[in-house]
Ligand binder design. Structure first.
Ligand code: HEC
Ligand code: HEC
Length: 399
């Protein structure tokens, strides 16, 4: 059994709450990144080594894009939007879609944004605009761990442009801070730089035992595998009703892993939102993951180990909890209901009794979603610092 790596001893002792401590460290880390990325204008883009072929290879390889996106009729699109032709949303493939998105961004105040600039924004600053129905789960792909180099980044952009659009290398001019950032990542060791991003290191083997709940005196303390599967030594282990964590550290930075454990509701992986079933006979609603459904019934996963099959005839209503909104109006009144429709200017909410309210967006003061993650929000309180650090170390081996 390996010794715990040095580091955690310097942290507050076992039993202390990890949350505040680690979040403060993270905040400092993020500030440094933001600061560092705010320097000087870039040199002109160098377009040698940039091609659609290379972009396709990046998409299906080190860019990890395929783990979240579908394109050219292949791949899954649960975690992220379909980048190919997307009939469910009546949207064309991303090369053509970029023009629609750019128009939307211009209407939101991004004056003069071109389709190419939209693609650049979507790929280099994914949080700037979130595709409806998706959370901020896309990593910054030019930063570690993915750390695409400039030619990869431009090539993948060109590849996106080629999907029903007009690929034009001259249209792809990266913003100044991204150019700078790319140079810094390259200078700082590229993909490996993420290894120094966290100010602590734990014992991955100990973390693995906690993940699989194999420590008798700590039964249930973490038990991540009661929900998550992961592939290890060629075998799928754990229960796969929640996101599969295989390769998670190859696509998400260390800070995301930390946040996923401490604040699971901050980013909810799409496709794994909680649903609520209100029953005709009344009583407590059933809240959990929607595991399966057919014409007769819906199967819900409740907590780490319970499955409930509910006949459709018994269901009064079924909705994604992300759509359960609390709307505070400027006149002080409060409306709580499920979003049934939304336009630029209005929100239509169905209240619990079935009443439908149409709220003018101009009259709202705040709109909050009451949806939360199906993952326990208690780890920040219940894990010891050592166990937390060990778990994160284990997650970081998943690449
Ligand atoms: C861990 C999952 C994940 C990975 C890896 C990922 N993305 Fe995304 N991507 C998302 C999510 C979630 C969204 C929707 C939220 C948003 O708009 O940022 C998104 C949005 C997008 C959009 C906007 C789509 C639209 O309809 O406007 C583009 C373009 C895109 N990603 C390209 C890429 C490319 C290229 C890569 C690889 C270099 C990549 N993504 C890697 C999750 C991911
Ligand atoms: C009761 C089930 C449950 C348990 C137990 C659980 N999780 Fe989760 N976890 C989820 C669900 C559901 C999601 C997706 C929703 C979200 O993003 O919060 C998730 C998301 C995650 C993600 C982000 C995955 C991605 O693809 O981006 C990570 C990382 C994660 N969990 C790690 C852990 C770790 C580590 C533990 C144990 C300490 C754990 N989880 C315990 C249900 C669970």
């Amino acid at each position: 059994m390996s010794e715990p790596a040095p580091g955690p001893e310097a942290l507050p002792g076992v039993g202390l709450r990890v949350s505040l401590f680690v979040l403060a460290l993270l905040a400092a880390f993020v500030l440094v990144c933001e600061y560092v990325s705010r320097f000087q204008p870039p040199p002109q883009p160098e377009l040698k080594g940039v091609s659609i072929e290379r972009g396709r290879a990046v998409f299906w390889g080190k860019g990890q894009c395929h783990t979240c996106h579908r394109i050219e009729g292949k791949g899954a699109s649960v975690r992220g939007p379909n980048l190919g032709d997307w009939p469910e949303r009546k949207l064309p493939a991303i090369g053509a879609r970029a023009a629609l998105r750019a128009a939307e961004r211009r209407a939101q105040g991004k004056e003069g944004m071109t389709p190419a600039e939209y693609l650049i924004e979507a790929v280099t600053r994914p949080q700037a605009y979130l595709v409806e129905g998706f959370g901020a789960a896309m990593p910054v792909v030019w930063r570690p761990p993915i750390a695409l180099v400039k030619e990869d980044l431009l090539s993948v952009l060109l590849y996106l442009e080629s999907q029903d659009g007009a690929p034009d290398p001259a249209s792809l001019r990266l913003p100044a801070d991204v150019e700078r950032g790319l140079e810094e990542v390259a200078a700082g060791g590229g993909a490996r730089a993420d290894d120094s991003a966290l100010p602590f290191h734990g014992d991955a083997a100990a973390g693995r035992r906690l993940f699989f709940d194999e420590v008798p005196e700590k039964k249930g303390a973490a038990a991540c595998a009661s929900c998550h599967a992961v592939e290890l030594e060629g075998k799928k282990l754990g229960r796969s009703v929640c996101p599969d964590l295989t390769g998670i550290a190859a696509r998400q930075p260390a800070a995301y892993l930390v946040e996923s454990v401490l604040e699971p509701s901050k980013v909810i992986v799409s496709g794994y939102e909680q649903f609520q079933v209100d029953l005709r006979r009344g009583g407590a609603p059933v809240i959990g993951l929607r595991l399966a459904e057919d014409a007769e019934s819906v199967t819900m996963g409740v907590g780490a180990d319970r499955e409930e099959r509910i006949r459709r005839a018994d269901i009064r209503r079924l909705f994604n909890r992300q759509d359960l909104l609390r709307v505070r109006k400027k006149d002080g009144t409060l409306v709580v209901g499920v979003r049934r429709a939304e336009t630029e200017s209005e929100l239509t909410l169905e209240e619990d009794g079935g009443a439908v309210s149409v709220v003018k967006k101009a009259e709202t003061k705040s709109v909050t979603s009451l949806g939360s993650s199906a993952m326990p929000a208690t780890y920040a309180e219940s894990l010891t610092t050592q166990d937390f650090v060990d778990l994160v170390e284990f997650l970081r081996t998943l690449r």
